[in-house]
Ligand binder design. Structure first.
Ligand SMILES: [Zn+2]
Length: 488
C-alpha cells in the first residue's frame, strides 16, 4: 500500500477511534467504569504495514469490574456485526462473554468537530436471545470464509418526539411526530419487542423500538472483579485481560506471578510480552526485556513491532533510551518500519523526547526520517530550534530542507527570514521555497528585511494562490482526469 492509500485507510479507521473514545467517555463519566484499551491501538488510526496478529478480544475493558466492551462506529446507527461460518470468526467469537457488551454509535465525520451520538449498548446474551429476529446480509464467496453481516433490527425515527403508547401484544409503538402521531408496526415481525417507556422523549436518530433488550451498563465498582484469580487461569482469554489490567491496578502484589508468566516459554508470546509491559513502568529489567524483543535476532517482525508499541506506552527514561536504540539501529535484521514505529513513539508516546527525535529526522531511511519529522512537537524546545538554525547555516541541502520544512510548518517566519541573510546560496533557495508555503500575513511584515531577489521569489510562489488549478480542490484534478481518458 502506498502512503495515499494509508491516508484513506486512516480516515476510515478514524471513525472507529472516535466511536471508541466517545464510548469510553460515556462509560467512565456516566456509568462509573475505568476503561482501558484491551486491544492495543483501539484508539489510534496510524496505519502500519507490519500486522500484529493480536488475541481475538474486544477493544475496551473496565479494570474495576472486568467487563469487556466491543465498540463499533458507523455512519448510520445499526446493530450489525460481521459473521462467518469459519471457526472462531462468528459474531459471538472474539472473547465476548455473555455479559460483555457490544457498543454501537453513529459517527458524523462531516461535522466539525466530529460528532458521535446515539450510543446503543447490548450484551451478547441479548443478541443471542434475539437471534431469531436477526437477518443475514449478503454472504460473500466461500473462498472468503463465507463472511457476511448479521443485523438485529430496530427502529430509529429521523425525527425527535415522545413515546405515546406501546402495544406489547401486537408489537406496535405510537410516537408523536410534529403535531400529529405515527404508529410503527413493523416490530410485529420480530420475536421479541422492546421500546422506550411511554412518556420518554427521544432525539432524531435515537432508537425507539428494538428487537433486543438494551443493556444496563452501570459499573458495580471496584472489587467486583477478582483479577488476581484470573491471572492464574489456564485460559488465555481470561488471563490476558488480567495481565493487561495489572499495570493499572498495581503490580506490587502480583509481580512474581507476572514474572513467571513472562518467563514461561509455553505461554503465547503476546501474553509473555504483555506481562513485561505491565511490569515495565516500575521495573527497568522488564523494559530491557522488551528492548531485547524489539532488537534481538530471534524476534519476528510482529514481535518487534508489538515490543516497540509497548515501549511507547511507558513513561520512563529507560523506555525512551530503548526506543531511541531501536529507531537509530543499523542492524539490518530490524526492518525500517520497526525503526519508524520507535521514532513515532519518541514523538507521541508516553514520554516525548524531541531532543532524541531530532537526531532521526535526517535518517537515511525515508520511512524513518518522515515518521520522525511528522511527530516533532509543534512547540520546538530551544535546543532543537538552535539545531535547525545551524542546519540552515551549513552547506548540506538535505539537512537544510528538513530544517526549512520544520520551521515553515510552525510559521517560524522571523527565524527563516533571519536565516536567509547568512545561508549559503543553495540553502537560500530552499528557505525562499519554505517561506512560499507559510501564510502571506506572517511574512509580509518582514519583507522589507529581504533582498530584491528573495522578495521576487516569494511573490512568485504566492502566485500559486491566484491559480485556480492549484487550489486544494483542484490540484491534481487534471492528472486524475487524464488517467481516465482510456477508451478503445
Ligand atoms: Zn466497570
Amino acid at each position: 500500500m502506498g502512503f495515499k492509500e494509508d491516508a484513506d485507510f486512516a480516515r476510515f479507521l478514524s471513525m472507529g477511534v472516535y466511536a471508541a473514545d466517545a464510548i469510553t467517555q460515556d462509560l467512565e463519566q456516566n456509568h462509573g467504569h475505568r476503561i482501558i484499551e484491551l486491544e492495543r491501538y483501539a484508539k489510534a488510526n496510524k496505519v502500519w504495514q507490519t500486522k500484529v496478529k493480536r488475541m481475538r478480544l474486544p477493544d475496551l475493558m473496565c479494570v474495576s469490574c472486568g467487563r469487556r466492551f466491543e465498540s463499533k462506529g458507523k455512519t448510520r446507527l445499526e446493530v450489525k456485526l460481521s459473521d462467518s461460518t469459519l471457526p472462531g470468526r462468528a459474531w459471538r467469537d472474539g472473547g465476548m462473554r455473555l455479559d460483555d457488551v457490544f457498543a454501537f454509535a453513529r459517527v458524523d465525520m462531516k461535522a466539525n468537530p466530529v460528532r458521535v451520538s446515539n450510543l446503543v449498548y447490548v450484551t451478547r446474551q441479548s443478541l443471542e436471545d434475539a437471534l431469531g429476529s436477526s437477518k443475514e446480509g449478503n454472504r460473500k464467496s466461500v473462498s472468503e470464509g463465507s463472511e457476511m453481516d448479521r443485523r438485529w433490527p430496530m427502529w430509529t425515527p429521523e425525527y425527535a418526539g415522545e413515546v405515546v403508547a406501546v402495544d406489547n401484544v401486537l408489537k406496535k409503538v405510537r410516537v408523536t411526530k410534529g403535531t400529529s402521531t405515527y404508529l410503527y408496526g413493523s416490530g410485529s415481525r420480530w420475536d421479541t419487542f422492546h421500546t422506550l417507556a411511554v412518556g420518554t422523549a427521544f432525539e432524531a436518530g435515537q432508537p425507539v423500538a428494538f428487537s433486543f433488550r438494551m443493556a444496563e451498563v452501570a459499573c458495580p465498582g471496584d472489587g467486583s472483579w477478582n483479577w488476581q484469580k484470573d491471572l492464574l487461569s489456564t485460559d488465555e482469554d481470561i488471563r490476558f485481560p488480567a495481565v493487561k489490567a495489572a499495570r493499572f491496578l498495581g503490580v506490587e502484589t502480583v509481580e512474581d506471578i507476572l514474572l513467571s508468566i513472562a518467563g514461561d516459554e509455553a505461554n503465547d508470546w503476546r501474553l509473555r510480552l504483555e506481562a513485561h509491559a505491565s511490569l515495565a513502568p516500575t521495573r527497568p529489567a522488564s523494559v530491557a526485556a522488551l528492548r531485547v524483543l524489539a532488537e534481538g535476532t530471534d524476534s519476528t517482525d510482529e514481535v518487534r513491532m508489538e515490543a516497540v508499541f509497548s515501549l511507547s506506552e511507558i513513561d520512563t527514561e529507560e523506555a525512551v533510551e530503548a526506543l531511541y536504540s531501536v529507531a537509530s539501529s543499523t542492524e539490518p535484521a530490524i526492518p525500517e518500519e520497526v525503526r519508524a514505529a520507535a521514532a513515532w513513539g519518541l514523538g507521541i508516546g508516553a514520554r516525548k523526547a524531541p531532543a532524541k527525535l531530532i537526531r532521526l529526522v535526517n535518517d537515511p531511511s525515508v520511512l524513518v526520517s518522515t515518521h520522525a519529522v511528522a511527530v516533532m512537537p509543534s512547540e520546538l524546545p530551544q535546543e532543537c530550534l538552535e539545531e535547525l538554525l545551524d542546519w540552515l547555516r551549513a552547506d548540506d541541502l538535505h539537512r537544510a530542507a528538513t530544517a526549512a520544512h520544520l520551521l515553515a510548518e510552525r510559521d517560524l517566519v522571523a527565524e527563516l527570514v533571519s536565516a536567509l541573510q547568512t545561508a549559503p546560496e543553495g540553502v537560500r533557495r530552499l528557505i525562499v521555497l519554505a517561506l512560499g508555503d507559510t501564510s502571506r500575513e506572517a511574512v509580509s511584515g518582514l519583507l522589507s528585511q529581504l533582498d530584491v531577489q528573495s522578495r521576487a521569489g516569494i511573490a512568485t510562489l504566492w502566485a500559486k494562490k491566484d491559480d485556480w488549478l492549484r487550489q486544494p480542490d483542484t490540484d491534481g484534478i487534471l492528472d486524475a482526469l487524464k488517467l481516465q481518458t482510456l477508451r478503445r
